[in-house]
Ligand binder design. Structure first.
Ligand code: FAD
Ligand code: DLZ
Ligand code: SF4
Length: 509
């Protein structure tokens, strides 16, 4: 019987992925390829490319050891066709076959490319998630609002995580009331586990350094895990040392501590080295054994079986047009400081610097610092989306786009968020210690020292008053504005306008 090709992409590094499960080890050929089209579809962070290539090489080797025939193409192979479809066509000709088994990619661009390829592609739904497409569609059908909280409860029931019969343990679905404390004075956790590089990683680092030196981001030091054993150790380390405090300080930010009690496991989850259920079960076991409190464990599990599954559901439910959403008609160019140009805003410069170094920033930095600024300043959401897709090691479109276009930029018109995630400097000041080191003042509302978030917050609300004035969750903000005296209101809008003009002129702001 003629062989089929079995495509395994760089974020499908799970032995039980559907294309492999459906294949026949004795005749089929696994195709894996490092290709320029993927590595430069946006200018991915060098650390992200290195993580994916190193993990792909190790995964390919483990498949071979397991008896698979694997055709692995390195980026610098002279035969490299440069794209996933090109590689499939090349191997199809060699093997004399046109049949290809594929696990559905997490990006519409690649799904379309495979569907349009002159090959017989059988695309199987990715089963490494808790909710299937059909389940999410059923949940969404007929609902006026697709709120994560209700979907999350379904996932709790389905997985039986933190359940006591049909009821949530502790009598509540959500313990956020106990969470979200401001930044602590000291953090007794040293951050994620670091991994020494081996020969495979070093080879990849040399290649990435040569080929992607012009991409934003530091390649070294490279300390990520690149195989399942390492990812499992990283998970254990988080559960033992950080999970107990995860809930308390989930929203806090510290100038001198970039990870606080976050897990830093999203790259491993998203490329398939860890599975969502095993991660949640490990957290649940920590609670059952008294190693972590319920507020922390529930908060953590909610991020994974709630938010992660929900944003994936939205991505596939809404289709490729979701990517072009710009409900607020924002069109400013993404400022140069997102790519490392200087800025006087301490919170932004720290978030971007950390992103450059680590290809990581935690959720509140993404949402309430870089995302918040872009939204307030009226930046084109598509440019914001491409930035997030490029700079984070965990960024794959199915998870990045709903978070950016929907949750962070409100460009989907409110599918994900019931109101825009905007805040003035007061929020950042309360949740972090950035403002103490900033050349702006979080308490100054107008004038040269005024925190730009303070100015732009009002400017944003007034610019979009027609849309948001009737939103009950925003009424209080508009009442506060209406109570301000005219002189103050004029000064705020004037100073915001000046700030935006200086931003557009490329001045250091
Ligand atoms: P923790 O805070 O420790 O949370 C644990 C896990 O929960 C994460 O590893 C992740 O798998 C999951 N999780 C938490 N929040 C979310 C969320 N909102 N959506 C999906 N999963 C979540 N996450 C990505 O995995 N890839 C992205 O490309 C991505 N882009 C984002 C863009 C923006 C604008 C925003 C606001 C958020 C984005 N997120 C993204 C969500 C979140 O910021 C990251 O999942 C998280 O910071 C990863 O770090 P961690 O592992 O330390 O997470
Ligand atoms: C992100 C990425 C990069 C940088 N490089 C590759 C690659 O060379 N080969 C590959 O198979 N996959 C890569 N990926 C991951 C894909 O872009 C990813 O599978 C799609 O975006 C769908 O999520
Ligand atoms: Fe950021 Fe404003 Fe605080 Fe400066 S004062 S760190 S710009 S919130």
């Amino acid at each position: 019987m003629v062989a089929r090709l079995v495509l395994v992409l760089g974020d499908q590094l799970t032995p039980s992925v559907p294309a492999l499960s459906a294949a026949d080890k004795s005749r089929d050929l696994v195709v894996m390829a490092e290709v320029m089209d993927e590595a430069s579809s946006v200018s991915h962070h060098p650390k992200k490319i290195a993580l994916i290539f190193a993990a792909m090489r190790k995964f390919a080797r483990s498949l071979e050891q397991d008896g698979w025939r694997v055709a692995y193409t390195r980026l610098d192979d002279p035969q490299n066709a440069g794209s996933i479809v090109g590689e499939l066509l090349r191997h199809a000709e060699r093997e004399g076959t046109t049949e290809v088994l594929v696990t559905e990619p997490g990006e519409w661009r690649l799904i379309a490319a495979l569907q349009e390829a002159p090959l017989m592609v059988e695309m199987l739904e990715d089963n490494r998630f808790i909710a299937s497409h059909a389940e999410f569609e059923r949940w969404a059908e007929g609902r006026k609002a697709l709120r994560m909280e209700y979907f999350y409860r379904e996932m709790r029931r389905k997985t039986d995580l933190l359940m006591d019969g049909g009821e949530p343990v502790g009598g509540k679905w959500n313990f956020d009331h106990d969470n979200r404390k401001p930044a602590p004075d000291a953090v007794n956790h040293t951050g994620p586990l670091s991994f020494e590089s081996d020969a495979t990683v070093e080879d990849v680092l040399t290649l990435v350094q040569e080929r992607f030196a012009d991409h934003f981001g530091d390649l070294r030091p490279f300390t990520l895990a690149t195989d399942r054993a390492g990812a499992l150790r990283a998970l254990d380390h988080f559960i033992a040392h950080a999970l107990p405090f995860f809930g308390d300080y989930q929203d806090a930010m510290l100038d001198g501590n970039r990870y606080l009690y976050h897990a830093v496991i999203s790259p491993y989850l998203n490329i398939g080295l860890l599975g969502p259920l095993e991660v949640c079960r490990a957290a649940q076991a920590a609670w059952q054994d008294g190693r972590a409190p319920l507020n922390a464990v529930e908060g953590f599990i909610r991020q994974i079986i709630g938010w992660r599954e929900y944003v994936r559901g939205i991505y596939f439910l809404k289709g490729p047009d979701y990517l072009g959403g710009n409900a607020l008609g924002q069109n400013r160019a993404l400022p140069g400081f997102y790519w490392g140009a200087p800025t006087r805003m301490r919170c932004v410069s720290r978030a971007v610097e950390q992103t450059r170094q680590d290809a990581y920033a935690h959720h509140i930095q993404r949402l309430m610092v870089t995302g918040n600024f872009a939204l307030l300043a009226g930046v084109d959401p598509h440019q914001v989306h491409e930035w997030y897709l490029a700079v984070y090691a965990d960024a794959f479109e199915w998870v990045e786009a709903p978070n950016t276009i929907g949750m962070s930029q409100f460009a989907d018109g409110g599918v994900i968020a019931s109101k825009p995630y905007v805040s003035s400097g007061a929020y950042i000041n309360r949740m972090s210690d950035y403002c103490r080191k900033c050349s702006y003042s979080a308490s100054a509302k107008t004038g040269d020292k005024a925190c730009p978030f303070n100015l732009l917050y009002w400017d944003f609300l007034i610019r979009h008053r027609d849309r948001f004035a009737n939103n009950p969750r925003m009424a209080q903000m508009y009442r506060t504005w209406d109570r301000m005296d005219d002189t103050r209101r004029d000064a705020v809008l004037r100073d915001a306008g000046r700030f935006l003009k200086r931003l557009d002129q490329g001045e250091i702001v």
